[in-house]
Design a protein around this ligand. Structure first.
Ligand SMILES: Nc1ncnc2c1ncn2[C@@H]1O[C@H](COP(=O)(O)OP(=O)(O)OP(=O)(O)O)[C@@H](O)[C@H]1O
Length: 861
């Protein structure tokens, strides 16, 4: 496995005198050792004390639970034991067992399940203090223990304590209050606290006052906790109106039976029938579920759940019987497609459960991606600009500017692989255009080619001067592809272009561009750039996911990729060579790509998706209803190495399909990379330019060429050898192209080519150009395809005269299937071509077909 960048997360251990220890355990121990002088071992930070406290608290809650529960059953014995031992607690320390106490003449022993201590504790809490409300202590200890031990916050600790204490006091007093009506003696139900508290209140405010106080306290706490509404009495007084409009709540909620859901719904006028349901409906109003269950309600009128409608207005509605204006509320009906989609989803899920998701890589499951060892390390990949060079350049820049009375506040250098960027902040009041005009003077004083002034630097508030390094560094493809950035990229079509001026790896997504125009004078690195693009895609994509259509009028540049024909190339059917060099064939290929594009759009439309990614995702998850008609769609990248040559020879014939593909093909995953030596306006026409927002300029010979390709100067000032400007429409970035040599490309092609591939290159739809139209009549009956009869049977069986049926079922190329259908037409088995409709099948059943086929065979015999 290649090393993916710097593996160290931080260098914070650098200054540590001690040798670096790798084990986490050792590190932890070190941390403890360091803490030793300051803290004892059981400090809260280490969490030990908290854990022990948590454990204890949980144990306590369990202990209390058992003891208290037991006390409910054994309180009489326990109390007798305690009273006979004079309070009981002092016995605990004596070590006397209960049996010893019994033997000593005590007639009753403690029966609590937790013995003496359980009896004493329960008696204390329940009888002496808070009665059955003491059970709440169990809850407190449990919440506390759980929090401390597992660090899980079940409830807020403050709230738990506050509400629990209130409940203990309130319950104990309330039980005492009610119990006082039955008996005047203290009882374990309310405990000593409840009993005495109640007696105290009784003496002060009387039983009625105590009752009122208790009710008030209960309601007050409910308001604090839940902000409850007090609206029930008013609804009872005016049942008819209360149903229609809420008196108290600012947002009235209206409830209607399912008969009223016959959309549009009328705002209720207060008929008596609904009043009956008001209370029941109100209960339902609290639950949001009935609203979400609207679809079945709307579809099935027998559904008996009420629907909740919330009017948008917050104003009070006081319906008046006479002049009430009916309000119509439009409830959104569920979209019928949703139901269909749901059904499809279920079906898809069943298919996925049965067959698993569709694996488009399965045909070449053993395919191995090229590895980094196929690439070489060019150069040292280190920046070799020395301090003297930087200082000298800085001085020259400052001097030159000073000559023209331009003061500088600050200057900063960023060293890149081929150029160094000097960013200057001019003194206030200096006009930027003045510096920009000095480009040639600065170049002269630095005695260097390729100086570019960027004034102002976008988004930086500085002026940039790019000065070529005296010894530029080569950026090897290997160093780029080995980076974590490339290895972990999630781009659809990542292309590693090289490094930026600040030495950062630059990777762009061709799928987003969506097409790339490459221009540059001869010998400036264009072919290397195209190889870099192809190689980066080959490193990232499986043959099932990507196909190239390679056009190489120069006949030599792309030949290296011939070996990957059966893996990565696409070609016209019956074409011998996958790499197209003939202009005529280029025209056919481009038109064929247009057909492929149209077919892909049809597939996307049929699958109801918007782009290739969604389509493939749907296909893979078996969510497409008619999988027979569909297929996994790989990206197609069309690369034209010398576009000028094509334009010279074919002109409009290539321009029109290219413009069409460029305009439309993005969504269906067809992307173009077009390179040219001569970026003149008659080659890169307005139509083409408009559809290629992403452009890559190597060094060109004139400013005009630079303007043609980039709509800006700068490409003429590059230094060549892979120095380039990348424009995405808004940004202009200077890059050093990654270098990949021919032997490396060859090694990669061999590596892929030697692996098992598909039987052929991907076949594009056949395009028959003007003057090449074939006619069914031309077919010689003796020259029928060997699969003619099989195809005839297939067509008659399916009663569908379509080329794609033959193609799919018999696994033939489009071209051959097309030929067979023409032969079937000539033989009178299918009717004539009718545009988008399938041809008529002229034989209704297989029997009549067989008889006809026999007659066809006779002359042969
Ligand atoms: N990224 C690069 N880093 C270093 N050197 C490069 C780089 N790209 C190209 N070169 C040098 O420039 C030479 C010419 O490059 P290349 O063949 O790509 O030019 P070209 O623009 O395709 O020329 P032509 O149009 O004539 O084919 C290469 O042989 C190589 O020495």
């Amino acid at each position: 496995m290649p090393v993916k960048g710097n593996q160290f997360k931080s260098n914070s251990f650098k200054d540590d005198d001690q040798p670096r220890q790798t084990s986490g355990k050792v590190d932890k121990e070190r941390g403890i050792k360091k803490a030793l002088p300051k803290m004892p071992r059981f400090d809260m930070e280490n969490g030990r004390a908290a854990k022990i406290a948590g454990l204890f608290s949980l144990l306590l809650s369990v202990y209390f639970l058992i003891a208290f529960t037991s006390y409910l059953f054994t309180w009489q014995e326990d109390q007798s034991y305690i009273s006979q031992t004079n309070g009981g607690w002092h016995n605990l320390a004596t070590g006397q067992t209960m049996h010893e106490i019994a033997d000593a003449g005590t007639p009753v022993i403690a029966q609590n399940w937790l013995g003496k201590f359980g009896a004493l504790l329960s008696n204390q809490f329940i009888y002496e203090w808070f009665g059955v409300a003491s059970f709440i202590f169990i809850f407190i200890f449990f919440v506390l223990g759980y929090r401390l031990l597992f660090k899980v916050r079940l409830f807020s600790m403050v709230k738990t304590l506050a509400y629990s204490i209130f409940c203990i006091v309130f319950l104990s007093t309330a039980i005492g209050y009610f119990h006082a009506f039955i008996t005047d003696y203290p009882h374990f139900l309310e405990g000593g606290f409840g009993y005495w508290c109640n007696r105290l209140l009784d003496a002060q405010v009387g039983p009625a006052g105590t009752g009122g106080l208790l009710v008030f306290l209960a309601l007050a706490v409910l308001v604090i906790a839940y902000n409850i509404d007090f609206k029930i009495p008013s609804r009872k007084e005016k049942p008819v109106n209360a149903m229609a409009v809420d008196e108290v709540t600012p947002e009235p909620v209206e409830l209607i039976d399912e008969e009223d859901i016959d959309i549009p719904v009328e705002w209720p006028r207060g008929n008596g029938n609904r009043v009956k349901d008001t209370l029941a409906a109100q209960v339902n109003a609290v639950k949001p579920e009935p609203v979400q269950q609207q679809p079945p309600m709307v579809q099935t009128p027998t559904y008996h759940e009420p629907i909740v409608l919330t009017p948008t207005t917050t104003a009070r509605h006081e319906p008046e019987e006479e002049d009430e204006i009916p309000l119509t509320i439009d409830v959104n009906r569920p979209m019928p497609e949703l139901a269909v989609e749901k059904a499809d989803d279920v079906k898809a899920q069943e298919l996925v459960n049965k067959f698993g998701i569709y694996d488009h890589r399965l045909d070449l499951a053993s395919y191995k991606f090229p590895h980094l060892d196929l690439l070489e390390n060019h150069g040292s990949n280190k920046i070799s600009v020395n301090a003297e060079e930087l200082e000298a350049n800085k001085n020259k820049i400052v001097e030159t500017l000073n000559h023209y009375n331009i003061e500088i506040d600050k200057i900063k250098a960023t060293i890149g692989p081929t150029v160094t960027l000097y960013e200057i902040i001019p003194a206030p009041g200096v006009r930027i255009s003045k510096i920009k005009n000095l480009e040639d003077d600065i170049a002269l004083s630095l005695a260097a080619l390729g100086i570019r002034i960027i004034a102002p630097m976008p988004g930086k508030g500085t002026i940039g001067i790019e000065v070529p390094n005296s010894s530029p560094e080569m950026v090897s493809m290997r160093s780029i592809l080995a980076t974590e950035k490339f290895q972990t990229t999630t781009m659809d079509l990542p292309i590693a272009l090289g490094k930026t001026i600040s030495n950062e790896v630059f990777i762009a997504d061709l799928a987003k561009m969506p097409h790339l125009l490459v221009a540059g004078a001869t010998g400036q690195g264009k072919s290397v750039g195209i190889n870099a693009i192809l190689v980066s895609l080959l490193f990232k994509k499986h043959p099932a996911e990507l196909k190239f259509v390679l056009v190489d009028p120069k006949k030599v540049e792309l030949t290296l990729f011939r070996k990957i024909e059966r893996h990565f190339l696409a070609k016209l059917p019956d074409e011998a060579d996958a790499i197209i060099t003939d202009t005529k064939k280029v025209v056919n290929t481009l038109n064929s790509l247009c057909i492929e594009m149209d077919q892909r759009y049809d597939l996307l439309k049929d699958a109801q998706v918007r782009n290739l990614k969604e389509y493939n995702a749907k296909f893979v998850n078996r969510k497409i209803s008619d999988p027979e008609k569909h297929r996994y769609l790989p990206f197609i990248v069309l690369v034209i190495d010398e576009f000028a040559d094509l334009m010279m020879t074919a002109g409009k014939e290539v321009e029109v399909p290219i413009a069409r593909i460029a305009q439309l093909a993005r969504a269906v995953g067809i992307h173009l990379v077009i390179a040219t030596q001569r970026p003149s306006v008659n080659i890169i026409t307005g139509t083409i330019k408009a559809n290629f927002p992403s452009r890559l300029a190597f060094r060109v010979l004139s400013k005009i060429d630079s303007r043609t390709i980039l709509d800006a100067g700068g490409a003429d000032q590059l230094i060549g050898r892979g120095d380039m400007l990348f424009s995405t429409g808004s940004d202009l970035i200077r890059l050093q192209c990654a270098f990949v040599d021919t032997p490396e490309v060859e090694a990669i092609s061999n590596f892929i080519g030697e692996q098992r591939g598909y039987p052929t290159a991907m076949l594009l739809p056949e395009y028959v150009g003007e003057g090449e139209t074939s006619s069914a009549k031309e077919y010689d009956p003796d020259d029928r395809d060997p699969m003619f009869e099989e195809a005839a049977r297939l067509i008659v069986l399916h009663q569908q005269g379509s080329t794609s049926l033959i193609q799919r079922k018999m696994k033939l190329g489009y071209n051959r299937a097309g030929r067979i259908i023409d032969q079937l037409e000539a033989a009178g088995i299918v009717g004539a071509f009718e545009g988008s409709k399938a041809r008529d099948v002229l034989y209704p059943d297989e029997y009549s077909l067989e008889r006809y086929l026999e007659t066809l065979q006779k002359p042969k015999d």
